[in-house]
Design a protein around this ligand. Structure first.
Ligand SMILES: Cc1cc2nc3c(=O)[nH]c(=O)nc-3n(C[C@H](O)[C@H](O)[C@H](O)COP(=O)(O)O)c2cc1C
Length: 200
């Protein structure tokens, strides 16, 4: 007998990045509750330097679409991805919270947080991002992710009153999928999991 997929396993299996959403007036009240659960992440040293902003007012979504250069993508033939989102979840990083925490007496034998090979604030931000995606999946909507590398970060910070020293990871988008594509991705994947020993 095959083991049944658990609920979490099914959410993980169904999750995929969707960048095409239907315009809709349907309400999804569960979206509002996402940040309070998504923020339940482990943070290095309990630094608590990750925060989540939920954006659901149409005027703000449209402004962010503008600052994300959506127009240039639409001109190239892509869909209005950000503007058609029902909610955006912006993950912001307070790096200073980590340095403050790791300067405390109980951390004085730890590697200086400014010298970490892998800065844990990015790790923790990724955990919050994944929580948002799974919680969106649970509402029946689909998630996408727009990283902050190509957007007008300073204008967005100003518009949303975010302190200038905070870093923006990017927006997790939530919307109703336009062209439902149930096709599984190619199974010709590079092996990414290993049993006991690293193997090719
Ligand atoms: C850190 C990170 C940054 C990403 N940035 C973008 C982005 O800026 N724009 C975008 O369209 N997709 C972005 N993606 C989505 C990836 O392209 C997507 O996760 C990948 O193609 C795998 O697809 P799947 O998530 O549907 O399995 C990003 C994903 C991650 C994890």
């Amino acid at each position: 007998m095959q083991n049944e997929e658990t609920y979490l396993q099914s959410l993980l299996n169904k999750r995929k990045i969707v960048r095409k959403y239907i315009e809709t007036n349907k309400k999804f009240p569960a979206l509002k509750t996402i940040p309070e659960y998504a923020i339940k992440i482990p943070t290095a040293g309990f630094s608590r330097g990750i925060e989540i902003i939920h954006i659901s007012e149409k005027k703000n979504i449209l402004q962010i679409a503008k600052y994300s250069n959506e127009d240039t993508y639409v001109e190239k033939g892509y869909d209005k991805w950000i503007s058609n989102s029902l909610s955006l979840f912006l993950i912001v990083i307070n790096e200073e919270a980590y340095h403050k925490r790791y300067m405390q007496i109980d951390k004085n034998t730890s590697t200086n947080s400014k010298e970490w090979e892998i800065p844990y604030w990015y790790v923790d931000a990724g955990a919050a991002m994944m929580n948002c995606m799974l919680l969106i999946e649970e509402t029946g909507l689909k998630s996408g992710f727009l990283g902050s590398h190509n957007i007008a970060k300073d204008k967005i910070k100003k518009h949303l009153s975010i302190p200038s020293e905070y870093l923006l990871l990017g927006f997790i988008t939530a919307g109703l999928e336009k062209d439902i594509d149930v096709e599984k991705k190619s199974s010709k994947k590079r092996k990414l999991t290993h049993n006991e020993y690293f193997s090719k």
